[in-house]
Write a new protein. Sequence first.
Length: 177
Amino acid sequence: MSQQDLINAIVREVLAELNGAGKTPVAAAPAERMCGEKGPKLDYRTDYPMAAKRPELVKTASGKSLADITLEAVVSGEIKAEEIRITPQTLEYQAQIGESIGRPHMARNLRRAAEMTKVPDARILEMYNALRPNRSTKAELVAIADELEATYGAKICAGFVREAAEVYERRDVLRKD
């Protein structure tokens, strides 16, 4: 095996680990899909780990497959850094697998993460800072929730921010004007 083949194999192995290979599922539960999601409904018994059992479903934002992601492609610029980010669809598939093993909270977190992929990184950091205690008024937090829902379709995240606004109000950790 050449050094380049070895490096490509290592890159594939790391990507497989990132997609959940090597973890053993423990229980089954009914799955629910995110509203509007397309594609097959996944189950851990037939589809986990995705990189090994359903690699055709794991795609970059531009539609490249796992097999297309090689060190050579990255070095040549064919694969850009933003393409290696997980897609909302892959997170939805992982959420379905999580539900199928009886982990609904993990599934909800993965769906929240899928929503967050639509929000620019700089805006996420601004929102994070605004959510720190005593940094925002209740109206500012509600405005962030409204933005998440209306601009990015991030209903789960918006619900969390609205809940935080209520909790911060009860705990008296909202910024006072």
